[in-house]
Ligand binder design. Sequence first.
Ligand code: GLC
Length: 600
Amino acid sequence: MKKYIVFLGFLIINFSCNNDRNMISESEIDKKVDKLIQSMTLDEKVGQMTQIDQRFLDTITDLSTYSIGSLLSGGGSHPKVNEPQAWLDMYNGYQSETLKSRLQIPLIYGIDAVHGHNNVYGATIFPQNIGLGATNNPELIFKISEATSIEVAATGIDWTFSPCLSSPEDYRWGRTYEGFSSDPSLVEILGEASVKGYQSAQTNSGKKVVACAKHFIGDGNTEFGTGMNGLVDRGNTILNVDELKEKLLPKYQAAIDADVQTIMASYNSWNGVKCHGSKELLTDILKIEMGFDGFVISDWQGIDEIPGDYKSDIITSINAGIDMVMVSGQGQPYKKFMRLLKESVEEGSIPLARIDDAVKRILKVKIRNGLFDNPLVENDALKVIGSDTHRDIARQAVRESVVVLKNDDIIPISKDSKSIVVAGRGADNLGMQCGGWTINWQGGQGDITIGTTILDGIKKSVSAETNVIYSEDGQDLNDVDGELAVVVIGEDPYTEFFGDKDNLDLLNDDINTINNLKNKGYKVMVLLISGRPMNIAEHIDDWDGFAAIWLPGSEGDGVSDILFGDFQSTGKLSYPWPIKAEHGANADDKDLLFNFGYGL
Ligand code: GLC
């Protein structure tokens, strides 16, 4: 929380800002935290700095025994039955156990709700950030984040590891779609709106949802070949400190000024040093120079990637400024983490003052967000999950994310067309249109949740007389006398390094489907589902129309709103589109197919 100069005007501003924080002032929070910390044992402090994925708990009583500070659900870390009530029961079960600890400090539960409450079956799935960047609409991004927090809070959960503030430059990176834009200044505007939307949402339980700006820093700016498997993800970002500060810090400063409560350290390295182990980044720059007073969370087993053994990883990362470690429990056992952390403090390798600073930051966030007031949540809000109101917001986002890049008088399509062929792998595939981070870590194919496919949307839009023919590969159309086809092609779902690729060509199956239709004399409107610009330059001249629809999520009928002209397309590219997509955002202007900001 920014320190306010004590003028009457500022006090009023301070009060208005605080009224979002359950009316408790920073000075009251400080008093409460100081009182708590004085009564805490080292074991209890170490427990607060430990975050475990709920799947890897040895036993639920560990939560009270060790006063564990946080649980998370990593991608796909569901209750036994993936439905809202089961999520809420799981949350309340873990929280109730945690409250049996000596000091009854509630746990804070985190999840990747990065395009809606996307792990939960039936939740509204919003477009991934690359599509939201194309809307260039901060008010809409605020509403999306607000709606997401309301769905997250309905299941009890307190914290989303979002927004991702990366400004990806190399499209061969599997996480390109998690960035709003390659342009840090657009990311700054939309990221700020997202933080405010997540954290100001008036949830039914009264608890706030904590946002998390990630991944600090330079996640989307690594050198090709320095990443995992010789590709991009978790590679090395080479910038001198002035370049870093000028290019990548403003978007985080905006998030800090918007009161973001947590920041996640990034797997990548900066000039050869792992961010998770960089005191210059996490303490000197982030906490001191930028004034961040929330807490820094590591990424999943992120400290394990620091050179050295696990104990030295712990010492290096905590001394660098990591406040809570996402141990996960899938790799190193969390009891080993806690033992080594305690040992490191007792032997003086980690100063107790560093531990107290970390725990104070964690406790302040928990108090500010109402966790101490009402940690357990009633099931009186589950109906908001996947509500029509939220799906309408998502449909608007889909409409505004569609970027029409070619239109030889093919759209709008008449709703009274005699027949429309709908083809392509992505035409009737909800999983493909949602992409990664949906229900499971890597997403999935087909009916993975509740939503409307592109085909569904087309069928709902046309008149009763129109004959909509679906053909996945555009082959079996002999007795159809259609003239127009909508062909939905693109990428199968992927997340993180699973999406790293050294080549961004379209799939041969997709090219063949389009050619099957062209050879039969159809006019084709091609829609590309993808997490990034791809190599279309050698094909687009054969197409009558083309639109990038990115990863639209569950409300596929937003695409039909544009196809049939119910709404004008307004989407503009938030990433420049090179002739060779592998050249990325820094391609020379002469090598661009479409410029940043272009859209018909
Ligand atoms: C992942 C991602 C990070 C996510 C975290 C928890 O590896 O890098 O974005 O928030 O783990 O799922």
